[in-house]
Each structure stands twice: as C-alpha cells, then as structure tokens.
Design a protein around this ligand. Sequence first.
Ligand SMILES: Cc1ncc(COP(=O)(O)O)c(C=O)c1O
Length: 444
Amino acid sequence: MNTTEAVVTTVAMENQWIPFTPNRDFKRDPRLFEGAKGNYFFGPEGVQILDGSSGLFTTPAGHARQEIATAVYEQVLELDYTSSFLRSHPKSFALCEKLTELLPEGLNKIFLVNSGSEAVDTAIKIALHYHRVRKEASRTIFVSRERAYHGANMTGVALSGLVNNRRAFGLPILPVVHMRHTWLEENRFVPGQGQHGAELAEDLLRLIQLHGAENIAACIVEPIAGSTGTLVAPVGYLERLREICTAHGILLIFDEVITGFGRTGMPFAAQSFGVTPDIITMAKAITNGIIPMGAVAVNEAIHDTIVGSGAEGSVEFFHGYTGSAHPVSCAASLATLGIYEREDLFARGRKLSGRFLEGLFGLRDAPGILDVRGYGMLGGIDIDPAVLGMDGYGFQKLLYDMGLHIKSTGNSLVYAPPFTLSEEEIDQVIGITREALGVAKAKE
Ligand SMILES: Cc1ncc(COP(=O)(O)O)c(C=O)c1O
C-alpha cells in the first residue's frame, strides 16, 4: 500500500473481542487483511501488503498454496472427522512418521494437538506423568526463563517471562521458577549467536541448588525466544543447559513453535544448534498456518515409560483433545511437508538468510534503532519511541500503511519472511522498514 492514510472499512466490528490487540484503537483505526496469495496479503480494495512475518511465523511456503487447499478439500469429502480417542485414521500415522524423519534422531513419538499452547500444556503433563511413573513424584517444579513466551493457556501464563502476559491472571497454577533472559548489552548488533552469555545457563544450577534437583521436572526454553523479539541463544548456552539437565535427571524441553520447520535453516533449531532436548513442541508452520495444529515430539524412553506403565488394555495417558489428529489438519500438514520437501524450502530459506540478515543488520545506523538481532530467517529490531515518536504498535501500523506486514511485540518488530520471497522482496522488506523509520523520525 502506498498511502499512509488509515484504511476505511464498512464491516461492523462491535461483536468480536480481538486477541492480543488494543481493541478500541483497532476498531477506530483498523488494519484488515481481506485476501492473501503468495508473499502478499491484500488489504481493502486489493491493496498489496508484503508479508514480512510469514503471517504469525506460520506460513513459510507463502499463502494460498493450491496443493494444501486441494488436500484439505479432498480430505473433507473423504473423512471429514474422526476423534482420535479409541479411533484413528491412516493419515495421522503417516504424518507422525514424516515428522519423525525431520526431527532430531531419537525424538520419534509424536502426540498431536491443535496449537502451540496445547503443545506446551501437553509437554508439561508428559513431564509430570513421566516422573511419577518413575517414582520421582516430587519433581513438580518447572524452570522457565524471563522474556519467554509459551502460549496463552494457563500453563503458558505460568511459564511466561513477559509481565503483561502474567499480571492480570493472579498466581500461576504451576510451580515455575525463572532463569534470566539472554539479552546482553555485549551482544547488541551481533548477528547469529552472541559470544557472551553461556554463563547464564548456570542460573539453572543455582535454581537446582535452591529447590533441589529432586523437585524439578523440566526446563523449558525457546532456542530462539521469538515472541519477545528474537533473542538468540548465545554460543554454548543450550549445550550447558543440556549438560545440567542430564546430570540432574531434569527433562529439557525446546519450545520450537516458532523455530520449527526450517526457520533456523535446519528442520528444527535443535539441529541448527546441535543440542538434542528430550521433548520438542511445535505448531504454526506444521500446516503452513492453514489449519491450527500442534505436536509434541518425545524420545522413546519417555514414551515407553508412560505407555509401559499402565495395565494392558488401560488408557496410559489421560490426555487429548477433540481435535487431536484431526483428519483435515493431518492432510494439510502432509501436503505442507510435501511442499517443504519438493521445493527444498528449508535450503532456500538458508540461502536467503544471508541477504536477509545483511539487510536487517544494515538498519543499525537508521534512526531510532536500539538493537538488531537475527538468525536464519528470523530477526528482530528494537526501536526507540523517544526518537521515532511512536511505539512498536504504532510503527507496525505505519509499516502496514507503507505496504509491509510485520509483527510487533512491545517496541520490538519481529521479522520472519516466507522462504518463498525473492531476493528483491527481501530487499523490499528492509527498504520499507528503513523508509518507515525515516517517515516516523520526520513526523516526530
Ligand atoms: C514459542 C511459542 N510457544 C507457544 C506458542 C503458542 O502457540 P499458539 O498461539 O498456537 O497457541 C507460541 C506462539 O507464538 C510461541 O511462540
């Protein structure tokens, strides 16, 4: 879109309570998407808006993919629904087999759910159940991290390291202690993994010394904290968490809801960083965003411990959702994984990453930029409202008006381009941002 005027819409908006959005402001001054194709959204009157965040980290293969649409359509007519309680269908097994081929070796048992929040909830229940079966029922505390985002359910609230996601909801229902986040002044404007900060993993050891390893069930981290603005784990940090967890019988969970499916160059960040957790949660790009779906991958030992614990013929794990392994989600996911494979999209993302990160880090000298971070096809910039006269929310509105969709979180803007962007479109993502910084500064 080449105008900075607010979009005018005639849709009545009173009845929807919009998630994670300033409702009153949005309804006064909305930014709508009415269509999408390829690397673009379409606003009212068909105005094109380049997708710089893959929707919400969901859509690395670009929008409106015919193969996925066809798979969904055909699945609805073939088998529109079955519960996965006491029933199942072939595509759910085929999907889990395919996911296993992408996952780090050993993580080969998959539990299917409907969102990232449900994946995290499920992982937490698996960890608790696993320790109980092993007669270590005192392990009930979870270690999370400041600035973490693990979904919007009450488990996600308890694990959250973001004050706005916690403060309105009282005391957490889950015993959670937090390590420090990994943002460090010394790593400012450093592409990829910062050299400083491996020692922050020692926070886990301190929490063990405070609470006792025998009371700690699991440590959960995003390998790159995405929603808080792309905090890349420093060199050596994840390795050290792995060592400490292994030494103390604590499960290590990587929440890869954002980093999964090629975002870091490999199928999962665990592979990019060379550290294998015990559990991985995933969602979003599992269906290219077309249908909500999530999954939890666990190693065989965890699975076998729980599934082997019940009497023959009894339910081993009292957990699941009406939509778990939904046939249409499974069909969408299989078609999505087919596209990733056929088009070698993760390799394409890896190749584009150099140009993307070079452009993003080139913004360091633009007005109002406090920090730039990035790894693979994920990046974040922090803006200074004092210089630009607007906060992150205002800046993402300006970007929309200038033809670019970027997710904001506080005063960070999070970039996660589809892997289908051309090099010129990558340059446009950066170019529009630079121009918008200039426009904001000039207005101020
Ligand atoms: C790391 C992480 N975990 C969990 C979630 C929650 O996923 P959902 O919104 O699908 O419930 C998100 C969402 O952004 C996420 O980034």
